[in-house]
Design a protein around this ligand. Structure first.
Ligand SMILES: [Mg+2]
Length: 141
């Protein structure tokens, strides 16, 4: 099942990446807001409800790791369900992956990536609910 209609927060400072990801998300049928660094992202996150955060790592003002840590602290303080956070970064070493998970992020996508890779990741994290629903429907019949 194709996952559509997610509200996504893209936290990224590179203009070309922003344009590319925004076009991809639009075409996939998702709505997205853009934040140009981790601080702007954190502020937007506090004001709105998102299903998914796509997080660049290297950004001015506040980087992706710090932004993710702040988001998780904010969620804990306010008893919010943790939003899915996927790191999107050119830093694809195992240690980079580990620091993303340590910061509370859920997954990792290495730049440059294919549209299909992003689709697969989104499906991986958001099709479970759909499966649950279809299982319930099957059980009812
Ligand atoms: Mg960057």
């Amino acid at each position: 099942m194709k996952v559509k209609g997610l509200k996504i927060l893209l936290i990224e400072n590179d203009e070309l990446n922003i344009k590319f990801v925004k076009i991809v998300l639009d075409r996939l049928g998702h709505r997205s807001d853009i934040a140009i660094n981790g601080q702007v992202g954190l502020d937007l996150y506090k004001k709105n409800k998102y299903d998914l955060v796509l997080m660049d790592l290297e950004m001015p003002e506040m980087n992706g790791i710090d932004s993710a840590v702040e988001i998780r602290e904010y969620e804990k303080k306010n008893n919010l369900n943790p939003v899915k956070i996927i790191a999107v970064t050119a830093y694809a070493m195992d240690t980079d992956r580990q620091s993303c998970f340590n910061a509370g992020m859920n997954d990792f996508l290495a730049k440059p990536f294919l549209v299909e890779e992003l689709v697969e990741l989104i499906n991986k994290h958001f099709s479970e609910d759909n499966e649950l629903i279809s299982n319930l429907m099957i059980n009812k019949n």
